[in-house]
Design a protein around this ligand. Structure first.
Ligand SMILES: Nc1ncnc2c1ncn2[C@@H]1O[C@H](COP(=O)(O)OP(=O)(O)OP(=O)(O)O)[C@@H](O)[C@H]1O
Ligand SMILES: [Mg+2]
Length: 349
């Protein structure tokens, strides 16, 4: 135990549009050095609504990523989000750790909308104040969903040693790169199919929600507007040229989708403000590939009147410019937040 360095896990974020992998090496002073960072696109039929529909496509892409990047570390950490994850803060009468361990299953049953036997339950005591109650954070993830994601890692020849939740992985990446003391910050991770929201107040996570809104809705809007196949619409969204469609035409479709996303986020923020003692946000930190869509930052700034920033999970991470192209790192940084957050973790933590 003593003197023995804990082993980092390889952060493996299997998203519905792409697999992102990050490996870090701890340096002195709590700093990290980048060892591996890579992305492999997945075809849209591989994962739908968070469910792995074609595991061979995912295994194939992951296996290729591992071999092309020469990833030797066998310990992998994965992450989940969406419908299969329930995060709740519950208040219980004060009790000892042993009492809590004995009663948590039963307590959780009242808050989890799934059969308690079908979920993996995790919990952490947030606060035991002077009062006779304590706040407990409860995280329940459907076991079959965990099995689907871990078995992909196993089939790719690696050992899944931990499964996290996207909102907490993003928080991990944020905390190792930024400070938010005294502020209320919304971490908004926008993927292809889901937007993960985590509100931090004075450094503590106080609200979580996954909303089914992501980059796919932009692509679908472009598809509908110009009557194009999905691939062409995706290309237009990313700034490419297709036929006679002008940049301005595309921008106007994307802007209106960003307005829809902002309205969706507003609903969540309004709900948070109405149900908490916090009355406003100070900052929005965007991550996920979907955050890169033209003018989303401006649209959110306009609506919420707060600073909106792209989260750079590599901000405090060192890397050799001869090993990693800084342009590639900067372009992909926001989409790597979950993978970086996982890669910060160690085996058994
Ligand atoms: N430069 C860009 N401009 C606009 N959209 C982009 C850009 N780069 C990536 N995206 C979009 O970001 C999305 C992918 O982001 P990300 O990799 O975070 O999602 P994911 O993790 O695969 O999805 P999910 O978590 O929802 O399952 C896609 O919809 C993609 O089109
Ligand atoms: Mg994702």
């Amino acid at each position: 135990m003593f003197g023995k360095r804990k082993r980092q896990v390889v952060g493996c974020d299997v998203g519905s549009s792409a697999i992102k992998i990050v490996e870090l090496k701890p340096l002195k002073n709590d700093e990290f050095q980048l060892v591996h960072a890579a992305v492999a696109d997945l075809s849209p039929e591989a994962i739908v609504d968070g469910a792995i529909m074609d595991s061979s496509l995912v295994v194939e892409a992951l296996t290729r990523l591992i071999s092309e990047n020469g990833i030797k570390n066998s310990k992998f950490g994965g992450s989940l989000s969406g419908h299969s994850v329930i995060i709740k803060k519950i208040q219980l009468p004060s009790m000892t750790e042993t009492e809590l361990a004995e009663s948590i299953q039963w307590e959780a049953e009242q808050y989890i909308p799934f059969d308690i036997n079908d979920v993996n339950l995790d919990y952490v005591v947030l606060e035991t104040g002077a009062s006779d109650t304590m706040d407990v954070l409860l995280v329940a993830v459907k076991r079959d969903r965990i099995n689907d994601y871990t078995s992909v890692i196993v089939q790719a020849g690696k050992e899944p040693v931990l499964v996290d939740v996207d909102v907490f992985a993003v928080q991990n990446a944020f905390e190792s790169n930024y400070s938010s003391r005294g502020e209320t910050v919304a971490l908004v991770n926008i993927g292809a199919s889901v937007m993960n929201i985590n509100v931090l107040h004075d450094g503590n996570s106080v609200f979580w929600r996954d909303v089914a809104f992501g980059g796919n809705l932009y692509t679908e809007a472009v598809q509908r507007e110009f009557n194009l196949p999905r691939e062409d619409a995706e290309k237009l969204k990313l700034g490419g040229d297709v036929g006679q469609v002008s940049k301005q035409q595309v921008e106007s479709v994307l802007s209106s989708a960003s307005e829809d996303l902002a309205a969706e986020l507003q609903k969540t923020v309004d709900f948070f403000v109405a149900t908490s003692s916090v009355d406003r946000l100070d900052r929005i930190m965007l991550s996920g590939g979907g955050a890169l869509v033209a003018n989303l930052e401006a649209v959110l700034h306009e609506r919420f009147q707060v600073n909106v920033e792209l989260l750079n999970p590599f901000r405090n991470i060192r890397y050799n410019e001869s090993d990693f192209d800084p342009d590639w790192i900067n372009r992909n940084a926001p989409a790597m937040a979950v993978a970086v957050g996982l890669a910060i973790r160690t085996v058994g933590d």
